[in-house]
Design a protein around this ligand. Structure first.
Ligand code: ADP
Length: 223
C-alpha cells in the first residue's frame, strides 16, 4: 500500500532539485544545513515514488511527475479482474416475462443473455424490458432475443483491462454494464464466454475503496 503524503522536508528537497537539478545528495544536504545521512530515507522515498529520478555520478533530478500524475498512474493499474462482480446471466430461450422476473430475483439493472456453453449472445437493460412491457403484446410469448441488444454490438471488457478503461467505455457508450469476457471455442463455434460484469456500481465501489485506502496500489514491477 502506498500513501503519498510528503513531509515539509521532502517538499523542500523537491523544490531544491527542481531549481538546481541534477544535484548531488551532498549538495542537497548542504542547502538544507543537514548531513547526507539524514536525508537518505527522504531521497529513497522520493525516488521510489518516482517523484525524483537519480543517476549515478550525476545526481538527483525532477521527474516531472507531480503527486497527482503518480496517483493517476496507480489508479490506471487497477484491473477489471480485481473488482469485477459475478455476471447476471439468463438463457437465450427466456421470454421477456422470465427476464423481468430474473431482473428482480438477481437484483440487477441489466442482464447478459447466454446460449449453450455460456456464450454471450446479448444484453438486456431494465429500460429495454420496460419498453416492451408497456406495449400491448403478451410478454410471456415474446422471446428475449427480440428485445436484447445482440452480438457483435456488445461492448465488452477483459480481465486484464484496467477498471479505468472499463469506466471510460461505460461513459462513452452511455451504458450501465459491461460483460467481462474471454474468447472461447464451443462446439466448433467461436465466441465470448462471460466471466463477470463491471457496472457503474463496480466503479463507484472502487472509488470509495480508494478513498478508504483499501485498494492495494501496486508499483512498477510488482504484481
Ligand atoms: P437503461 O436502458 O436501463 O438505461 P443502459 O443504459 O445500460 O440501461 O442501456 C441502454 C441501451 O444499451 C439498452 O438498449 C441496452 O440493451 C444497451 N446496452 C446495455 N449494455 C450494453 C453493452 N455492454 N453493450 C452494448 N449495448 C448495451
Amino acid at each position: 500500500m502506498i500513501t503519498i503524503q510528503l513531509t515539509d522536508r521532502q517538499e523542500e528537497i523537491i523544490k531544491i532539485v527542481k531549481e538546481l537539478g541534477p544535484i548531488k545528495g551532498d549538495d542537497i544536504a548542504d542547502k538544507l544545513g543537514l548531513v547526507r545521512a539524514t536525508l537518505r530515507p527522504d531521497l529513497a522515498f522520493l525516488t521510489k515514488t518516482g517523484i525524483l529520478d537519480a543517476r549515478p555520478r550525476v545526481g538527483y533530478y525532477y521527474s516531472g511527475k507531480g503527486i497527482s500524475s503518480l496517483v493517476i498512474e496507480e489508479v490506471k493499474k487497477i484491473k477489471v479482474k480485481e473488482m469485477k462482480a459475478v455476471p447476471a446471466v439468463i438463457n437465450v430461450d427466456c421470454s421477456v416475462y422470465d427476464a423481468v422476473v430474473n431482473l428482480f430475483l438477481l437484483d440487477v439493472g441489466s442482464m447478459f443473455i447466454v446460449s449453450e456453453g455460456g456464450l454471450l449472445e446479448g444484453v438486456v437493460s431494465r429500460k429495454d424490458l420496460l419498453k416492451i412491457a408497456m406495449g400491448q403484446m403478451d410478454i410471456h410469448k415474446i422471446p428475449i432475443t427480440i428485445v436484447m441488444t445482440r452480438m457483435p454490438n456488445i461492448v465488452t471488457v477483459t480481465m486484464e483491462e484496467s477498471l479505468w478503461s472499463a469506466a471510460q467505455k461505460i461513459v462513452d457508450h452511455e451504458i450501465d454494464a459491461l460483460p467481462v469476457v474471454r474468447p472461447i471455442k464451443r462446439n466448433g463455434r467461436e465466441g465470448l464466454e462471460v466471466m463477470g460484469r463491471v457496472t457503474k456500481t463496480t466503479v463507484t465501489k472502487a472509488f470509495v475503496e480508494l478513498g478508504l485506502d483499501k485498494i492495494t496500489l501496486k508499483r512498477g514491477g510488482e504484481s
